[in-house]
Design a protein around this ligand. Structure first.
Ligand SMILES: [Zn+2]
Ligand SMILES: [Zn+2]
Length: 165
């Protein structure tokens, strides 16, 4: 269970069966088997609501050892199933790729502890930022903007620690 948050209800919503089917098909093309361990990693990530470190994934599911999680997330990230998000602490977090989660979003990063949270922008703002990103990249001779608008700050826990050391 998700020990990091002390909550069990995060496991109630496993990944959508359609997501599992799509990943299985993706792996089959690469001649890889979608193992029960892979499924468990996907379920943990799909139900967490934020990108998780390998440690957090292993803590969330008793049957997953840390070495299994490292290996599995590495393979799934290489195949584009997972997206790796680096926290400012240098530790990678993992989430389902946007193509699989159909959930376009950006990240809030805690500059103290490395926590990464997802956030979404209102559609109109998203569109305006997309247009601005295109203009900026074209002017610089870049192509294919990734449209990432990360915000850095202090998470509630770290804000509390700064206020009451
Ligand atoms: Zn923090
Ligand atoms: Zn995310």
């Amino acid at each position: 269970m998700i020990a990091a948050t002390g909550s069990h209800d995060l496991r109630q919503s496993a990944a959508d069966p359609v997501v599992h089917d799509r990943i299985e098909a993706l792996l089959r093309v690469r001649r890889r088997r979608y193992t029960p361990r892979c499924r468990e990693v996907i379920d943990v990530l799909a139900s967490s609501g934020r990108p998780l470190t390998a440690d957090e994934v292993a803590q969330a599911e008793d049957s997953l050892s840390i070495s299994t999680v490292y290996r599995t997330t590495g393979v799934l990230a290489d195949l584009g199933v997972l997206r790796s998000v680096a926290g400012v602490d240098g530790v990678s977090r993992f989430e389902l790729s946007e193509a699989l989660s159909s959930h376009h979003h950006h990240h809030l990063l805690c500059r103290q502890c490395g926590l990464v949270l997802d956030y979404e922008l209102p559609a109109a703002l998203e569109k305006a930022l997309h247009a601005a990103a295109l203009r900026i990249t074209r002017r610089a001779g870049f192509t294919g903007p990734a449209e990432r608008f990360d915000i850095e700050g202090l998470c509630p826990t770290c804000t509390e620690l700064v206020a009451n050391p």
